[in-house]
Design a protein around this ligand. Structure first.
Ligand SMILES: Nc1ncnc2c1ncn2[C@@H]1O[C@H](COP(=O)(O)OP(=O)(O)OP(=O)(O)O)[C@@H](O)[C@H]1O
Length: 241
């Protein structure tokens, strides 16, 4: 479904942010991208969503070259991206945002179903504005609900656990388990540092210092990640983080 071929991003006055990254995300797969802070995970996700343009390399989506396609075109083709730090939309109500994302008329209970899925007491939120009054964890969950409502071929979640409290995190794991069970012809990429999320993954990619250090099935990669610094050359502590 998604193929990244030799993606690099070099900024003139900075280090190489991404260096020759190649990845394949097949249809029906749930892929977790992990790795140390600053390794390039969000940058890679933004390159897939069309927010950043790579310096070199090629992006194929369903076999079509989308390297130069706009954010809007990619969204229309079926790519959704939930930001690490979600954008707020002053003047737009939560119900409008979810309805827009779904691309069809939704009843109040339809909107509420999506909000309940992410553990929000729907009636308290449905008519709130998506503005700065929402807490970090609330806006994060509303954005996850929005991506679920879009139901696109490829959904990318950037650190969905960030800012989510411990109790809601349990709920979030269930949300992602459910997404995984209903994945069928679509694919999910989650950027995460959480073992509980990696435990759901079909595949895990470790990105460090702008490079893919390792990628493979959960069974292959997770034991090495959890093995500590003695056995794991890409563990954050060894990266000096
Ligand atoms: N516009 C920019 N200008 C300069 N440096 C940038 C820019 N955007 C990202 N970087 C740098 O690129 C590197 C990768 O950043 P990125 O946000 O992709 O990392 P990450 O793996 O998602 O990190 P984290 O786990 O902390 O969220 C970092 O060192 C960051 O400071």
């Amino acid at each position: 479904m998604l193929e990244l071929k030799n993606i690099s991003l070099n900024l003139a006055d900075s280090k190489d942010i991404l260096n020759d990254v190649s990845l394949n995300v097949e249809s029906g797969k749930f892929v977790v991208i992990t790795g140390p802070n600053g390794g390039g995970k969000s940058t890679l996700a933004k390159i897939v969503a069309g927010i950043f343009k790579p310096t070199s390399g090629q992006i194929l989506f369903d076999g079509q070259d989308i390297t130069n396609a706009s954010i809007t075109d990619r969204a229309r083709m079926g790519i959704s991206y939930a930001f690490q730090q979600p954008v707020r939309f002053k003047g737009i109500k939560v119900r409008d945002l979810i309805t827009l994302a779904a691309g069809r008329e939704l009843t109040t209970s339809g909107v509420c179903e999506y909000l309940s899925e992410v553990g929000l007491c729907a009636r308290d939120y449905v008519d709130r504005e998506v503005n700065a009054s929402l807490s970090g964890g609330e806006i994060k969950r509303i954005e996850i609900a929005m991506v679920m409502a879009r139901g696109t071929k490829l959904s990318i979640f950037d650190e969905p656990e960030a800012g989510i409290d411990l109790w809601s995190f349990q709920n979030l794991i269930q949300v992602f388990r459910k997404l995984h069970d209903g994945i069928h012809g679509s694919s999910i990429i989650i950027i995460s540092h959480q073992e509980r999320i990696m435990e759901i993954a079909d595949e895990i990619v470790v990105l460090s210092n702008g490079k893919v250090l390792t990628q493979g099935t959960r069974e292959e990669v997770l034991p090495k990640l959890l093995g500590g610094t003695d056995t794991c050359h890409f563990c954050p502590r060894e990266e000096g983080v």
